[in-house]
Design a protein around this ligand. Structure first.
Ligand SMILES: [Zn+2]
Length: 334
């Protein structure tokens, strides 16, 4: 198992590099056509992956995947609602894909958060007259850092915003800081689908984080965030999640790392990811309570293999980073 984990780590690095290359648009093979294999993602995998793919998931609701990133658009008789444009490379292809389905105008673009690997590329939709919607702190982030190719929103909101056209809707909910300081979760109808970006991906919430670095997740609010998210899932009777990314796993036959097919999956990923966050915090707190010096906790947790068998794609380096952050949370509250 150790060997596979090590391989998974290198694959995760390759994924990150591929994402960086694609997001920056410097060497994206975007114009080779949709059947081009996803570069570097899955060398030797048995699952052929198109570089991009559009899939209908409910009446008028489509998921568009580019590389291992995913967004959603809703086609109605009164226009089209798009969520994340993703990148300046992916967005023109997304527009082409929408145009294969409908001639309706693109009315709205509604960001899930302010990170430029999901929010860039909106200019092609803005040029067509789309109104851009974002949580107010996302607008402030964009104003402050002015990321390239991220178009500032026209409409901002604090807690909740509903876009509705011809009875179809995208609702955005803000539950406080989480993966970004402004990330929203979206409920899409028809379908009663929960679109989660960078929070949890089907089929498994017990998956190692793509990037556990300090700038990614506001761990001090994760319990509150996931509690509110779970309440939403229960109140709305949501059964299905669309993940903003493909999930990583292992080929059951060969043990090789692989990306999981599957655009939608069970909403139980919400409870699973919350349980993972809580378990990480508990492990660090238990070590501190047992008298382990704070600076030794990451190595001790990795040596003891704590949670190693429960986390899909477990990576000791990422676990050390996570444990440093959990120790800090325990000592300072942040
Ligand atoms: Zn993000």
């Amino acid at each position: 198992m150790q060997k596979y984990r090590r391989r998974f780590y290198f694959t995760a690095v390759a994924l990150t590099l591929a994402a960086t290359a694609l997001a920056s648009g410097h060497k994206g093979p975007a114009y080779e056509g949709p059947d081009a294999p996803v570069p570097m993602l899955m060398p030797g995998t048995k699952i052929p992956l198109k570089l991009w793919e559009t899939e209908q998931v409910a009446d008028g609701v489509y998921a568009f995947r580019y590389s291992f990133y995913r967004t959603v658009f809703v086609v109605t008789d009164e226009g089209v609602i798009v969520t994340d444009p993703m990148t300046e490379t992916a967005a023109p292809i997304l527009l082409d894909e929408i145009r294969k389905i409908t001639d309706q105008p693109i009315k709205f673009l509604s960001y899930t958060h302010s990170h430029k690997d999901h929010a860039a590329g909106g200019e092609v939709f803005k040029a067509l007259g789309a109104t851009i919607v974002a949580q107010s702190q996302c607008a402030a982030n964009i104003e402050e850092t002015k990321p390239e190719h991220v178009v500032p929103p026209d409409i901002t909101f604090d807690e909740y915003y509903k876009i509705e056209l011809a009875g179809k809707s995208v609702e955005s909910f803000f539950f406080g800081p989480s993966h970004d300081n402004c990330l929203v979760v979206q409920v899409i109808n028809p379908g009663n689908l929960l679109f989660l970006v960078d929070i949890a991906n089907p089929p498994d919430g017990w998956t190692m984080f793509y990037n556990p670095s300090p700038s990614e997740d506001r761990i001090w609010n994760m319990e509150n965030f996931f509690t509110r998210l779970q309440n939403l899932v229960e109140e709305r009777d949501i059964e299905t999640v669309i993940g903003g990314h493909m999930s990583g796993s292992f080929d059951p036959e060969t043990g090789r790392p692989m990306l999981m097919k599957g655009t939608t999956g069970s909403a139980r990923v919400v409870a699973e990811k919350k349980a993972l966050w809580m378990a990480l915090i508990e492990v660090a707190e238990a070590e501190l309570a047992a008298g382990t010096p704070p600076e030794d906790v990451p190595d001790v947790v990795v040596e003891k293999q704590l949670l190693a068998d429960q986390i899909n794609g477990y990576d000791p380096e990422k676990m050390r980073i996570l444990m440093r952050r959990m120790v800090n949370l325990s000592l300072t509250g942040e």
